[in-house]
Design a binder for this molecule. Structure first.
Ligand SMILES: C[S@@+](CC[C@H](N)C(=O)[O-])C[C@H]1O[C@@H](n2cnc3c(N)ncnc32)[C@H](O)[C@@H]1O
Ligand code: SF4
Length: 453
């Protein structure tokens, strides 16, 4: 049965960090002016109550990992740091000048690329300058992504002193053959050292990123990686499905051949085994791709139905506004999305002209907002409900698709709600696709997404 379902549902599909997903944005209906208006409206509705989230994209890495789908720039020249920091601060100033009151920062996340590429001194300069224009929410959550090979004691200490309490480290897999294939040699001793140092300093949540479906991975290798992970006891584990997207410009995924990758069915087994082992050692699965110990805030937020998902992935607090600074980053005002230009040259140029570096986006319609809420509920809580048969009456095509999932034993559909069954968890992206009206109406001309399994 499972093989039949894997064959049926292993199709290209989004990871739903947004709805509509980027390829289905209505670019013609968007303008930077409209973006600013929705941002101001949403900011006034929410800033004093829940604060805002701020994401800083720090794109540089010293060395290219050939599996990586993140937006990054590879360089060993560290003189890029200050130039980039100046640009980000300028972008932040543009936002500060247009916001009607001082922002209250609830979440601050440094992502990449590799934030730990930057020196501790430069990161301190960046964060202090960003925060000097803001108030800080009493329940603030500051986090950053660190590379185990270059995160130092000083990085961890400096960021801790600035209020950071959560850190995630890219681990991927401990096997040397896999590491060679993805061009990322990363000895256990480095991961152990950064994890233990972070814990000693007082970080409350340490996360490890693992990936299944990488070249040359097999069951033994995944079992071994999880056994090693158990000895380090991270509070959270992201167990990502490898997204094979070699057509995206600049991702450089050609360090191995297609036939070196586990097939759909083998890949599924890697996930199932990984999940079983993680649950056996005390981790609970959260939404899609994530596991956490019961003591971690992500688990607590799931239990209390406060968990949220946005371009940063799963977050334990939810804010209506997320401003993202830096090249290629995407901001979210709940009513609209806006993406920054994708090259450093354009990014610097726009800021030089005192312009927001936004180049495209989407203003959500009433229908988008309705669908977005349901997709978010499913991705975060594996359930959603609606009132007065509104879905049956207005969108029978969604109900028809949901019935097919029900027939396949993946969810329960009754009383104006759906509950995803444990068997349906692996197909959560497909179930969200049943709600994706924009995708339904406009079939893609080219391949846009990685496979769902
Ligand atoms: C920005 S990186 C992490 C920080 C730092 N650059 C590092 O490599 O340690 C974020 C994470 O995205 C995940 N990732 C990157 N490319 C991926 C892909 N193609 N499929 C699945 N996960 C991927 C990896 O687990 C990686 O650790
Ligand atoms: S995995 Fe991290 S270090 Fe490697 S290329 Fe991607 S962002 Fe850079």
């Amino acid at each position: 049965m499972l093989n039949y379902l894997i064959k049926k549902y292993n199709v290209p599909g989004p990871r739903y960090t947004s709805y509509p997903t980027v390829p289905y944005w209505d670019l013609e209906g968007f303008s930077t002016e409209k973006w600013i208006n929705t941002l101001k409206k949403s900011f006034l509705e929410s800033n004093s109550k829940e604060g805002i989230s701020l994401y800083l994209h720090l794109p540089f890495c010293e060395s290219l990992c050939t599996f990586c789908a993140c937006y990054k720039r590879i360089t060993k020249q560290h003189n890029v740091e200050l130039l980039y920091i100046e640009a980000i601060l300028k972008e932040w100033n543009l936002y500060i000048n247009l916001l009607p009151e001082k922002p209250i920062i609830r979440e601050l996340h440094l992502g990449g690329g590799t934030p730990s590429f930057f020196s501790p001194k430069n990161l301190k300069f960046l964060i202090e300058n960003i925060l000097s224009k803001t108030n800080i929410h009493p329940k603030k959550e500051f986090s950053f992504e660190g590379h185990p090979n270059n995160t130092t004691h000083e990085h961890l200490q400096v960021l801790y002193d600035l209020g950071f309490r959560r850190v995630s480290f890219g681990v991927q897999d401990y096997d040397l053959q896999v590491q060679k294939a993805i061009h990322r040699i990363q000895p256990l001793k480095n991961v152990k050292q950064v994890t233990e140092t972070a814990r000693k300093i007082g970080y409350e949540s340490i996360s490890h990123d693992l990936v299944f479906g990488l070249p040359f991975q097999n069951l033994d290798k995944v079992i071994n990686t999880i056994k090693i992970t158990e000895t380090l006891q991270p509070d959270r584990i992201a167990f990502y499905s490898y997204a094979h997207v070699p057509w995206i410009k600049g991702v450089g995924q050609r360090g191995f051949k297609e036939e070196d990758l586990p097939s759909g069915e083998e890949k599924r087994k890697l996930y199932e085994k990984g999940k079983e082992l993680l649950e056996n050692i005390g981790y609970s699965e959260i939404g899609m791709d994530h596991f956490s110990l019961k003591s971690d805030s992500l688990y607590q937020s799931m239990i209390h139905k406060k968990i949220h998902r946005n371009f940063m992935g799963y977050t334990s607090s939810s804010t209506q506004v997320m401003i993202s600074l830096g090249v290629s980053s995407i901001s979210d005002s709940w009513y609209a999305f806006a993406q920054n230009v994708k090259t450093l040259k354009e990014y610097y140029q726009k800021l030089e002209n005192n312009e927001l570096p936004v180049f495209k986006g989407h203003i959500l319609t009433k229908e988008d907002l309705f669908i977005r809420r349901h997709i978010l509920n499913i991705m975060c809580l594996l359930e959603t409900h609606w009132q007065n048969s509104i879905l049956q009456e207005n969108f029978p095509e969604i109900i028809d698709r949901l019935k097919e999932f029900e027939d396949d034993g993946l969810l329960t559909l009754k009383d104006n709600q759906i509950l995803v069954k444990e068997e349906g968890r692996s197909f959560i992206r497909n179930i969200c696709m049943a709600f994706d009206l924009r995708m339904m109406r406009k079939a893609p001309e080219t391949k846009l997404f990685s496979m769902t399994i």
